[in-house]
Design a protein around this ligand. Structure first.
Ligand code: IPM
Ligand code: MN
Length: 359
């Protein structure tokens, strides 16, 4: 089959990790006889430098007409250290999410058996942990009205949610729970926030449509603690935009490296796939960035296109790289492989399951 994939490498390590994902997708196309038509476009700091806009119109149009978007990373320290900058790379990603209507961000988190020793958390606490975080992505405090008073002495970010916004992501999360272990945990701050009370009310109502799913409610501060104390209790986590941003970074510690966590952002029309990690500018161009989160995001992309066997093949190749320690320095400290070599290994596994290169 033939698909159009928009590729937005972005900033920092974005280009080098995305390169490996494209390599992997090309190997998939060859092996399974598909055609992926990749078209690249700028986003983030590189787009500001080149075109003065973190999300140029041409990039947005390309994404809208593609079957899926493969996204690298975004962010540059020159903006992080300048709070008064009016144009910021992150605005590119946020606007893209909004324009494409990507209301649900899906982040699977697993304690990989071969990486249990990597985590700073105790093996017995994380072994077997396997959850999926559904983060609402186009509402809440990220997108509410923003203002700073004229004298610069106060600022405000408004957090708003509508029932509709809660419902659509909640349905996706409940459906996922039905296919997994039938448990859903809503993470909120309903003891303090009005928006969180609306989330609880709405989710409680929707839960009646999914009688098999057991629903649990946790305040976000407690959830942050439970994530470390007993992550096995979680199956599907449903939460609003900012809480989801925070607890998914926290949850990545369970997986052994943030360089492993993939994500899918979906809506009714479009879908975008990106690692949850940032642009890691200190590592850019050094060949040390872990490409696996991007490659696993590409596997989610294949799932989204209905190519299930192809997606499983990519995951199998990633599992093998973890098992054989064909990994970058964040995982393999003593004898690490470069970003590109990890990509080459995956490519060889996918192309020919018998004769993959290890050395
Ligand atoms: C993420 C990132 C983004 C977010 C940033 C880059 C705007 O941290 O995808 O988790 O906060 O959503
Ligand atoms: Mn984040």
């Amino acid at each position: 089959m033939k698909f159009n994939i928009a590729v937005l490498p972005g900033d920092g390590i974005g280009p080098e990790i995305t390169q490996q994902s494209m390599k992997v997708l090309k190997a998939v196309a060859d092996r399974f006889d598909h055609e992926f038509n990749f078209e690249e476009a700028e986003v983030g700091a590189v787009a500001i430098d080149k075109l003065g806009d973190p999300l140029p119109e041409t990039t947005l149009e390309l994404c809208k007409k593609s079957d899926a978007v493969l996204f690298g990373a975004i962010g540059d320290p020159k903006y992080d250290n300048d709070p008064s900058a009016k144009v910021r790379p992150e605005q590119g990603l946020l606007r893209l999410r909004k324009e494409l209507g990507l209301f649900a961000n899906i982040r699977p988190v697993k304690a990989h058996e071969s990486l249990l020793h990597q985590s700073p958390l105790k093996r017995e606490n994380i072994e077997g942990a396997d959850m999926i975080i559904f983060r609402e992505l186009t509402g809440g405090i990220y997108f509410g009205e923003k203002s700073t008073s004229e004298d610069g002495q106060s600022a405000s970010d408004l957090c708003t949610y509508s029932v509709k916004e809660i419902e659509r992501v909640a349905h996706l999360a409940f459906k996922a729970a039905e296919k997994r272990r039938n448990k859903l945990t809503l993470v909120d701050k309903a003891n303090v926030l009005e928006t969180s009370r609306l989330w609880r009310k709405t989710v409680t109502k929707i839960a009646k449509e999914y009688p098999e799913v057991e629903v649990d409610y946790l305040f976000v501060d407690n959830a942050a603690m439970q994530m470390i104390l007993n992550p096995r209790q979680f199956d599907v986590i449903l939460t609003e935009n900012m809480f989801g941003d925070i607890i998914s970074d926290e949850a990545s510690v369970i997986g052994g490296s943030i360089g492993l966590l993939e994500s899918a952002s979906v809506g009714n029309e479009n879908a975008l796939f990106e690692p949850i990690h940032g642009s890691y500018p200190q590592a850019a161009g050094q060949g040390i960035a872990n490409p696996l989160a991007s490659v696993l995001s590409a596997a989610m992309l294949l799932d989204h296109l209905g190519l299930k066997t192809e997606a499983e093949t990519v995951r199998m190749a990633v599992d093998l790289s973890l098992k054989l320690n064909v990994c970058t320095i964040d995982i393999n400290k003593d004898n690490h492989y470069s970003t590109e070599r990890v990509g080459d290994f995956l490519e060889s596994v996918i192309s020919d399951t018998e004769n993959h290169i290890v050395n």
